[in-house]
Write a protein that binds this ligand. Structure first.
Ligand SMILES: [Zn+2]
Length: 235
């Protein structure tokens, strides 16, 4: 960590300690809860004080639009990182609307020269977890490393080898993929062996199908919990 960042981290920790009494007045009591996991942050006042201090350290971060479960998980995880291990975690990018994601994807296609190359770094809006409010990009690298090691307690997982900053809220730990387009690549190679992915948001899940080798992969389920988004083609 560079000297300037170390100084800023120390100032942020000091600010949080100084803000605790004020936070105690604003939010007395204990405990916040991530879904299924008790938040390990020690008390509501310290939880709130560190969110304020982190907001001062990372003034550009925007938590709006995140799904409630992802927001709670992120805030509780970084409160634990802050008070238990002195690690600062800031949000670089959270929710993006479909138009913004489309613009970022188009820019990446232009920069890399092809859709398949662009998909290794950015997904189109209909596939992006950022659009659904379930993905967060974090910084700095030390904070991301902490989240990689401890985020699972809150349902936050790093999902791509080539993106140390990108985490997603999941109820089940995912298999980590080499890059965002890995599921599509696996499909392209897998169909030769009769394997196709089943769920758009579950790139680790495949089904053996006699149709696959003869044709392209059929439409996938959008969400395993939503039967209304089932595939148009019967298996
Ligand atoms: Zn991301």
């Amino acid at each position: 960590m560079r000297f300037k960042e170390r100084v800023l981290a120390t100032v942020t920790r000091l600010a949080a300690v100084l803000l605790v009494p004020l936070a105690a007045c604003r939010a007395p009591g204990n405990a916040c809860h991530a879904p299924g996991n008790a938040c390990r942050a020690p008390g509501r006042a310290r939880f709130l004080a560190c969110q304020w201090a982190l907001g001062l350290r990372f003034p550009a971060e925007d938590l709006r639009g995140l799904a409630p479960e992802a927001l709670t998980a992120f805030m509780c995880a970084r409160a634990e990182a802050f008070w238990r291990d002195g690690q600062l975690i800031g949000l670089t990018s959270g929710h993006r609307d479909a138009a913004e994601q489309r613009r970022i994807f188009a820019e990446e296609v232009r920069r890399t020269g092809s859709i398949s190359a662009a998909r290794r770094r950015v997904l189109p809006p209909e596939e992006s977890m950022h659009v659904r409010g379930l993905a967060i990009d974090v910084r700095p690298t030390e904070g991301a490393r902490w989240l990689e090691q401890n985020g699972g307690r809150y349902g936050l997982y790093r999902v791509y080898e080539n993106e140390w900053w990108h985490f997603e809220f999941r109820t089940v730990e995912p298999v980590r993929l080499p890059h965002p387009d890995a599921a599509a690549e696996a499909c392209a190679h897998g169909i030769a062996f009769g394997l196709c992915p089943l769920h758009g948001n579950g790139p680790w899940h495949y089904r053996l199908s006699p149709l696959a080798a003869a044709a392209d992969c059929p439409p996938m389920y959008g969400d395993p919990g939503d039967p209304a988004k089932g595939p148009r083609r019967r298996w």
